[in-house]
Design a protein around this ligand. Structure first.
Ligand SMILES: Nc1ncnc2c1ncn2[C@@H]1O[C@H](COP(=O)(O)OP(=O)(O)OP(=O)(O)O)[C@@H](O)[C@H]1O
Ligand SMILES: Cc1cn([C@H]2C[C@H](O)[C@@H](COP(=O)(O)O)O2)c(=O)[nH]c1=O
Length: 238
């Protein structure tokens, strides 16, 4: 069985960019890689509804923190068989946003910390009740909120289909969410975490990806390394 690594962070933190770098680094080592990204807007009706609500559709749906979280959870529940199959088939399965996104964003929306009821509710719903697979490791892409927000704005300017949604345009929510993510890391919530910075620099991003892959796959492509609580901080320079 391969190793499943979830990549987490604020909107615009650089998760998708890191996932691509991790996949390249793993492939260079000869590892086989499967990738997933949540929400699966184009593949799952719950995700599609949540995405539409984030852009103002479906009346007061977005205002319900729990309703939004249930939609995101059902998206993952629907993907659970594919996730398990991918973990059986590959050395490494990379997931861009996973259960911790639901915990961090929902708690932040409720103005709770990681010890509040929302984070525990997400775990009970997704893991215990819906049977969503537990990842072997999680990586927090930790960047300053203003940098993440600038990247969201620049991406929207370059691509009109990426208009900021209701969460992306809420700076206070993003700040609270960053705080909850830090608390999840400190508590080794759900699985061990690594923390990486991703300020700038393609070469530095490649080095970070190589070190995360080495940490998770070990030397060569031996499987099942993700043990212990590893919290490391790599700041990527220019
Ligand atoms: N290390 C980096 N250095 C410079 N620019 C970066 C870096 N990482 C990401 N970016 C740029 O920042 C923007 C957002 O990156 P990306 O799409 O990877 O973020 P994300 O966390 O997946 O965002 P979202 O959750 O909102 O989809 C992109 O335009 C990307 O090219
Ligand atoms: C998967 C997932 C996502 N969210 C939040 C996080 C983002 O602000 C939006 C949309 O995600 P995207 O990566 O910007 O497309 O939804 C969440 O609250 N819970 C989740 O499980």
């Amino acid at each position: 069985m391969g190793v499943m690594v979830a990549v987490e962070g604020l909107d615009g933190a650089g998760k998708a960019t890191l996932v691509a770098a991790l996949a390249d680094a793993a492939a260079r080592r000869g590892a086989t890689v499967g990738t997933f990204a949540f929400p699966r807007y184009d593949a799952d009706v719950h995700a599609a509804l949540a995405g539409e609500a984030l852009h103002g559709a479906h009346g007061d749906l977005r205002s319900s923190v729990h309703a939004m979280a249930v939609l995101f959870a059902l998206d993952r529940s629907g993907a659970a068989p594919e996730l398990r199959a991918a973990r059986d088939a590959h050395d490494l399965v990379l997931v861009d946003r996973y259960v911790a996104s639901n915990a961090a964003y929902g708690a932040a929306r409720q103005e709770e910390d990681a010890d509040g009821g929302f984070v525990a509710w997400v775990r009970a719903l997704e893991i215990a009740r819906l049977g969503v697979p537990v990842p072997d490791a999680q990586v927090l892409v930790r960047v300053p909120g203003d940098l993440a927000a600038r990247r969201v704005r620049e991406r929207a300017a370059a691509d009109p289909s990426r208009t900021p949604d209701g969460y992306e345009s809420d700076a206070a929510l993003q700040a609270r969410c960053a705080q909850v993510y830090d608390e999840l890391v400190a508590r080794t919530w759900l699985a061990p975490w690594s923390v990486v910075g991703a300020e700038e620099g393609r070469a530095a991003l490649t080095r970070t990806a190589e070190s995360v892959v080495a940490e998770r796959l070990g030397d060569g492509t031996s499987r099942g390394i993700a043990s212990g609580s590893s919290v490391r901080s790599d700041t990527i320079e220019t």
